[in-house]
Ligand binder design. Structure first.
Ligand SMILES: [Zn+2]
Length: 237
Protein backbone atom coordinates (compact mmCIF):
# COMPACT_ATOMS: atom_id res chain seq x y z
CA UNK A 1 0.00 0.00 0.00
CA UNK A 2 2.78 2.41 0.91
CA UNK A 3 4.39 1.87 -2.48
CA UNK A 4 1.11 2.47 -4.25
CA UNK A 5 0.53 5.68 -2.36
CA UNK A 6 4.02 6.88 -3.26
CA UNK A 7 3.15 6.23 -6.90
CA UNK A 8 -0.03 8.24 -6.41
CA UNK A 9 2.13 11.11 -5.20
CA UNK A 10 4.08 10.91 -8.44
CA UNK A 11 0.84 10.87 -10.36
CA UNK A 12 -0.34 13.84 -8.33
CA UNK A 13 2.76 15.81 -9.36
CA UNK A 14 2.02 15.10 -13.01
CA UNK A 15 -1.64 16.01 -12.57
CA UNK A 16 -0.62 19.25 -10.92
CA UNK A 17 1.23 20.14 -14.12
CA UNK A 18 -1.86 19.31 -16.15
CA UNK A 19 -3.99 21.39 -13.80
CA UNK A 20 -1.63 24.36 -14.18
CA UNK A 21 -1.71 24.02 -17.97
CA UNK A 22 -5.51 23.85 -18.01
CA UNK A 23 -5.68 26.88 -15.76
CA UNK A 24 -3.32 28.78 -18.04
CA UNK A 25 -5.36 27.84 -21.09
CA UNK A 26 -8.39 29.44 -19.46
CA UNK A 27 -6.67 32.48 -17.97
CA UNK A 28 -4.21 33.55 -20.66
CA UNK A 29 -6.71 34.82 -23.27
CA UNK A 30 -8.29 37.15 -20.68
CA UNK A 31 -4.87 38.37 -19.60
CA UNK A 32 -3.90 39.01 -23.22
CA UNK A 33 -7.05 41.11 -23.77
CA UNK A 34 -6.43 43.00 -20.55
CA UNK A 35 -2.87 43.85 -21.64
CA UNK A 36 -4.04 44.84 -25.12
CA UNK A 37 -6.50 47.25 -23.51
CA UNK A 38 -3.64 48.80 -21.54
CA UNK A 39 -1.79 49.44 -24.80
CA UNK A 40 -4.89 50.90 -26.44
CA UNK A 41 -5.52 53.21 -23.47
CA UNK A 42 -1.98 54.52 -23.58
CA UNK A 43 -2.28 55.01 -27.32
CA UNK A 44 -5.60 56.81 -26.81
CA UNK A 45 -3.90 59.50 -24.72
CA UNK A 46 -1.36 60.01 -27.45
CA UNK A 47 -4.03 60.26 -30.15
CA UNK A 48 -5.94 62.84 -28.06
CA UNK A 49 -2.81 64.95 -27.71
CA UNK A 50 -2.08 64.75 -31.42
CA UNK A 51 -5.62 65.88 -32.21
CA UNK A 52 -5.21 68.85 -29.84
CA UNK A 53 -1.92 69.73 -31.50
CA UNK A 54 -3.54 69.63 -34.92
CA UNK A 55 -6.32 71.97 -33.73
CA UNK A 56 -3.78 74.43 -32.33
CA UNK A 57 -1.73 74.39 -35.54
CA UNK A 58 -4.89 75.06 -37.51
CA UNK A 59 -5.62 77.99 -35.20
CA UNK A 60 -2.05 79.26 -35.65
CA UNK A 61 -2.35 79.24 -39.45
CA UNK A 62 -5.75 80.92 -39.27
CA UNK A 63 -4.42 83.72 -37.03
CA UNK A 64 -1.38 84.22 -39.26
CA UNK A 65 -3.63 84.67 -42.32
CA UNK A 66 -5.91 87.04 -40.41
CA UNK A 67 -2.94 89.11 -39.29
CA UNK A 68 -1.60 89.36 -42.82
CA UNK A 69 -4.98 90.48 -44.15
CA UNK A 70 -5.42 92.80 -41.18
CA UNK A 71 -2.08 94.51 -41.85
CA UNK A 72 -2.95 95.12 -45.50
CA UNK A 73 -6.33 96.40 -44.44
CA UNK A 74 -4.80 98.80 -41.91
CA UNK A 75 -2.34 100.12 -44.47
CA UNK A 76 -5.14 100.79 -46.97
CA UNK A 77 -7.12 102.67 -44.34
CA UNK A 78 -4.11 104.72 -43.29
CA UNK A 79 -3.48 105.69 -46.92
CA UNK A 80 -6.96 107.12 -47.07
CA UNK A 81 -5.93 109.92 -44.69
CA UNK A 82 -4.34 111.58 -47.70
CA UNK A 83 -7.64 111.80 -49.52
CA UNK A 84 -10.16 112.68 -46.78
CA UNK A 85 -11.56 116.16 -47.11
CA UNK A 86 -13.98 116.67 -44.22
CA UNK A 87 -13.74 116.31 -40.46
CA UNK A 88 -16.63 113.87 -40.55
CA UNK A 89 -14.76 111.65 -43.01
CA UNK A 90 -11.64 111.99 -40.90
CA UNK A 91 -13.46 110.92 -37.72
CA UNK A 92 -15.11 107.98 -39.47
CA UNK A 93 -11.74 106.83 -40.85
CA UNK A 94 -10.20 107.19 -37.41
CA UNK A 95 -12.87 104.85 -35.98
CA UNK A 96 -12.33 102.29 -38.76
CA UNK A 97 -8.59 102.36 -38.19
CA UNK A 98 -9.11 101.76 -34.46
CA UNK A 99 -11.28 98.78 -35.34
CA UNK A 100 -8.58 97.43 -37.69
CA UNK A 101 -5.94 97.82 -34.98
CA UNK A 102 -8.02 96.16 -32.31
CA UNK A 103 -8.85 93.19 -34.56
CA UNK A 104 -5.17 92.92 -35.43
CA UNK A 105 -4.14 92.92 -31.80
CA UNK A 106 -6.86 90.38 -30.95
CA UNK A 107 -5.49 88.05 -33.65
CA UNK A 108 -1.95 88.60 -32.46
CA UNK A 109 -2.79 87.61 -28.90
CA UNK A 110 -4.69 84.56 -30.17
CA UNK A 111 -1.67 83.61 -32.27
CA UNK A 112 0.55 83.87 -29.21
CA UNK A 113 -1.88 81.71 -27.25
CA UNK A 114 -1.90 79.08 -30.01
CA UNK A 115 1.90 79.04 -30.19
CA UNK A 116 2.23 78.66 -26.43
CA UNK A 117 -0.33 75.85 -26.56
CA UNK A 118 1.62 74.12 -29.33
CA UNK A 119 4.81 74.25 -27.31
CA UNK A 120 3.05 72.86 -24.24
CA UNK A 121 1.30 70.04 -26.12
CA UNK A 122 4.48 69.15 -27.99
CA UNK A 123 6.19 68.71 -24.65
CA UNK A 124 3.35 66.54 -23.35
CA UNK A 125 3.33 64.50 -26.55
CA UNK A 126 7.03 63.80 -26.17
CA UNK A 127 6.52 62.53 -22.61
CA UNK A 128 3.42 60.58 -23.57
CA UNK A 129 5.28 58.93 -26.45
CA UNK A 130 7.99 57.73 -24.08
CA UNK A 131 5.38 56.42 -21.63
CA UNK A 132 3.42 54.75 -24.41
CA UNK A 133 6.52 53.09 -25.81
CA UNK A 134 7.41 51.75 -22.35
CA UNK A 135 3.89 50.42 -21.78
CA UNK A 136 3.70 48.96 -25.26
CA UNK A 137 7.02 47.16 -24.93
CA UNK A 138 6.28 45.71 -21.50
CA UNK A 139 2.75 44.62 -22.36
CA UNK A 140 3.59 43.31 -25.81
CA UNK A 141 6.48 41.32 -24.42
CA UNK A 142 4.19 39.55 -21.99
CA UNK A 143 1.46 39.15 -24.63
CA UNK A 144 3.93 37.45 -27.00
CA UNK A 145 5.08 35.19 -24.19
CA UNK A 146 1.49 34.21 -23.30
CA UNK A 147 0.59 33.73 -26.94
CA UNK A 148 3.51 31.44 -27.59
CA UNK A 149 2.57 29.47 -24.46
CA UNK A 150 -0.97 29.14 -25.81
CA UNK A 151 0.32 28.11 -29.23
CA UNK A 152 2.27 25.22 -27.78
CA UNK A 153 -0.31 24.39 -25.09
CA UNK A 154 -1.59 21.27 -26.78
CA UNK A 155 1.96 19.97 -27.26
CA UNK A 156 2.68 20.61 -23.60
CA UNK A 157 -0.54 18.86 -22.51
CA UNK A 158 0.22 15.90 -24.78
CA UNK A 159 3.71 15.56 -23.35
CA UNK A 160 2.43 15.57 -19.77
CA UNK A 161 -0.37 13.13 -20.66
CA UNK A 162 2.26 10.77 -22.05
CA UNK A 163 4.17 10.89 -18.75
CA UNK A 164 0.90 10.40 -16.88
CA UNK A 165 0.25 7.20 -18.78
CA UNK A 166 3.68 5.89 -17.83
CA UNK A 167 3.09 6.64 -14.14
CA UNK A 168 -0.42 5.13 -14.03
CA UNK A 169 0.78 1.90 -15.63
CA UNK A 170 2.41 0.82 -12.36
CA UNK A 171 -0.50 1.73 -10.10
CA UNK A 172 -2.94 -0.91 -8.94
CA UNK A 173 -6.30 -0.48 -10.68
CA UNK A 174 -8.42 -0.16 -7.54
CA UNK A 175 -6.12 2.45 -6.01
CA UNK A 176 -6.04 4.37 -9.26
CA UNK A 177 -9.85 4.29 -9.41
CA UNK A 178 -10.02 5.66 -5.85
CA UNK A 179 -7.68 8.46 -6.87
CA UNK A 180 -9.49 9.23 -10.11
CA UNK A 181 -12.87 9.39 -8.32
CA UNK A 182 -11.70 12.16 -6.03
CA UNK A 183 -12.43 15.73 -7.07
CA UNK A 184 -9.59 17.34 -5.16
CA UNK A 185 -9.06 20.89 -4.03
CA UNK A 186 -7.39 22.79 -6.87
CA UNK A 187 -6.58 19.44 -8.40
CA UNK A 188 -4.96 17.99 -5.25
CA UNK A 189 -6.22 14.43 -4.59
CA UNK A 190 -3.35 12.97 -2.61
CA UNK A 191 -0.89 14.66 -0.30
CA UNK A 192 1.97 13.58 1.93
CA UNK A 193 1.93 14.23 5.66
CA UNK A 194 3.99 17.28 6.68
CA UNK A 195 4.85 18.15 10.30
CA UNK A 196 2.02 15.93 11.46
CA UNK A 197 -0.48 17.74 9.27
CA UNK A 198 -2.25 17.18 5.96
CA UNK A 199 0.06 18.42 3.20
CA UNK A 200 -2.93 19.84 1.34
CA UNK A 201 -4.92 21.81 3.93
CA UNK A 202 -2.42 21.73 6.85
CA UNK A 203 -5.01 20.31 9.19
CA UNK A 204 -3.20 18.76 12.17
CA UNK A 205 -3.81 15.01 12.26
CA UNK A 206 -4.50 12.91 15.35
CA UNK A 207 -1.33 10.99 16.28
CA UNK A 208 -3.13 7.69 15.87
CA UNK A 209 -4.12 8.45 12.26
CA UNK A 210 -0.64 9.72 11.51
CA UNK A 211 0.82 6.44 12.73
CA UNK A 212 -1.63 4.52 10.57
CA UNK A 213 -0.73 6.52 7.50
CA UNK A 214 2.91 5.91 8.27
CA UNK A 215 2.52 2.13 8.55
CA UNK A 216 0.21 1.98 5.55
CA UNK A 217 -1.48 -1.07 6.98
CA UNK A 218 -5.01 0.23 7.14
CA UNK A 219 -5.35 0.91 3.43
CA UNK A 220 -6.30 4.28 2.05
CA UNK A 221 -6.82 7.00 4.66
CA UNK A 222 -8.19 10.45 4.09
CA UNK A 223 -7.63 13.83 5.71
CA UNK A 224 -10.59 14.30 8.03
CA UNK A 225 -10.71 17.97 7.15
CA UNK A 226 -10.34 18.18 3.35
CA UNK A 227 -10.78 14.56 2.31
CA UNK A 228 -7.45 14.32 0.49
CA UNK A 229 -5.84 10.86 0.33
CA UNK A 230 -2.97 10.79 2.83
CA UNK A 231 0.44 9.36 1.96
CA UNK A 232 3.75 9.02 3.77
CA UNK A 233 6.95 9.80 1.93
CA UNK A 234 10.60 10.28 2.90
CA UNK A 235 9.95 13.90 3.95
CA UNK A 236 6.93 13.07 6.11
CA UNK A 237 7.22 13.56 9.85
ZN1 LIG B 1 -6.47 18.10 4.50
Amino acid sequence: MKEGLLKLLQLQAVDKELFTLEEAKEKYPAEISERQREIENAQGHLIDLEATLEELEKKQRHCEREIETGKVNLKEHEERFAVVTTNKEYDALQIEIEACKSSLSENESQLLEAMEGIERVQGQTGEEKTTFEEIRQTQQGRIDELQSQLNTMQEQVDAVQKRRKKVTKDIEARLLATYDRKKGRRGVRVAAVRKGACGCCYHQMPTQVRMEVRSGERGVLYCESCGTIMAWDEQSD
